[in-house]
Design a protein around this ligand. Structure first.
Ligand code: MN
Length: 445
């Protein structure tokens, strides 16, 4: 199936929330992403919808008898789990209600706006739901090839890569919302030059990974599978995801079972979930495989998924150091890429995950893996960006070359005070641009 483009996507639609109509707003009325928030002056956590620089308080819409009754139980919860569980037709009905309520100046919501809207600047944005399970994939062939080249110069891409979406089970308890500080992890570090064994201490090669997160809507029963033709309808929406990575710890521990403590210390996501419905105008063909590449096995192949399983989502990484903030220097863009460089679609990842009968559950989070494209400036982590000679003189005793920042500072990996900011947006001729907000975190030490 595909999500329909309808009147909620019409480019001429505007909101009575004026800030939503500004051309650079991430949250015009065509977007309507869900979030969970708490007012700074107290109160409990509750579901909301971002519109311009405001949030529509769905709990208060329910209390004021403005929300259609079928959505009232979901709005009374402290997170999005019940909204994620709605049927496709309910999700669509809720989107249409929101679109009408926020565009029609005479709507009951517009009349009660003082009570129903809260400025985004005066709330704390929380995780969208309790993440039961978190899985991270490896779906960019450019990232896999780059990383493989560093580890195995003669054999960068392992032979299974083009057949099977590679992933590992991550740690759900350390998934946090944007703004949470990143404490540098400690762990076993590989033996340095002239050292006979590993040491234990703070990670020296702290990195970020630019990724997209997917939230599962309705899951599947244990023992059942999600056919590729039904995968899209099981997805609820997307967010930005930073898979913080301790590269030195990773290098030492990853064989034979894959990443463990190098990843599990922290994963940051953006607080707004952009729904599959909102993304409808921005769907794109799956990765075009060249002649020599194998076609996906039948269980991962579907005509609709091949035609529209991709997402035309632009992604950017910005870095802001303590010195840059002190000197008033704007955050520096480190890379800019597209989700269309992913070798596997989000539907293929979900279908593969459930292909053994593993039960996917509402609120499960799936990361795409680092989104890197073919160009040098579309590499989605420092491991790739500082790897070869393009950015300056090599670090003595290492093959790595640092990035130069406007302050004259250099970075090979992250330093104390560095703030990493991920941004994403979808644009298409004839449609309103929609954005994902920010996924940000500052390294504390
Ligand atoms: Mn990752």
């Amino acid at each position: 199936m595909t999500y329909p483009i309808d009147q909620t996507h019409a480019v001429e639609l505007t909101s009575w929330v004026e800030a939503a109509n500004l051309p650079d707003s991430d949250f015009p009325i065509q977007n309507l992403p869900f979030c969970v928030f708490q007012r700074n002056d107290g109160g409990d956590s509750r579901p909301g919808v971002a519109i311009g620089d405001q949030i529509l308080d769905l709990r208060r819409c329910a209390e004021g008898s403005l929300l259609p009754p079928e959505f009232v139980p979901a709005a009374r919860l402290g997170d999005l789990s019940a909204i994620m569980q709605l049927s496709l037709s309910q999700r669509r009905a809720l989107r249409h209600w929101l679109s009408d309520a926020l565009s029609d100046l005479d709507s009951a919501v517009a009349e009660a706006r003082e009570n129903l809207l809260v400025a985004q600047s005066s709330v704390k944005l929380l995780l969208p739901c309790r993440v039961g399970n978190y899985t991270d994939f490896y779906a960019s062939i450019y990232h896999a090839t780059n990383v493989g080249s560093m580890l195995r110069p003669d054999n960068p891409l392992l032979p299974n890569y083009k057949h099977i979406p590679i992933g590992y089970h991550g740690r759900a308890s350390s998934v946090v919302a944007s703004g949470t500080p990143c404490h540098r992890p400690t762990g076993q570090l590989p033996p340095g030059e002239g050292e006979s064994g590993p040491g234990f201490g703070p990670c020296k090669n702290l990195d970020y990974e630019l990724e997209v997160g997917m939230f599962v809507g309705r899951g599947n029963e244990l023992g059942e599978t999600i056919p590729i033709a039904r995968a899209e309808e099981r997805l609820f929406g997307l967010c930005l995801l930073n898979d913080w990575s301790a590269r030195d710890m990773q290098r030492w521990e990853y064989q034979p079972l894959g990443p463990f403590l190098a990843k599990s210390f922290l994963t940051t996501i953006s607080p707004f979930v952009v729904t599959m419905e909102a993304l409808a105008p921005f769907r794109a063909p799956a990765f075009v495989r060249t002649d020599g590449d194998p076609q996906p096995l039948d269980y991962l192949r579907d005509a609709t998924n091949q035609q529209a399983g991709g997402v035309d989502l632009r992604l950017e990484v910005y870095l802001d150091t303590e010195q840059m903030r002190r000197e008033g220097v704007a955050a520096e863009r480190l890379s800019s890429g597209s989700m269309q460089s992913m070798y596997w679609t989000i539907g293929q990842m979900l279908t593969h995950h459930s292909s053994n009968g593993c039960n996917m559950q509402t609120g499960d989070l799936l990361g795409t893996g680092t989104v890197s494209g073919p160009e040098r400036n579309s590499r989605g982590c420092l491991l790739e960006l500082t790897w070869d000679g393009e950015f300056g003189a090599p670090v003595p005793g290492s093959q790595r070359t640092p990035l130069s920042l406007p302050t004259g500072e250099k970075r090979v990996f992250l330093a104390a005070g560095d703030r990493v900011i991920l941004r994403g947006s979808c644009e298409r001729e004839g449609f309103r641009r929609i954005g994902f907000g920010e996924c940000a975190g500052t390294v504390t030490n």
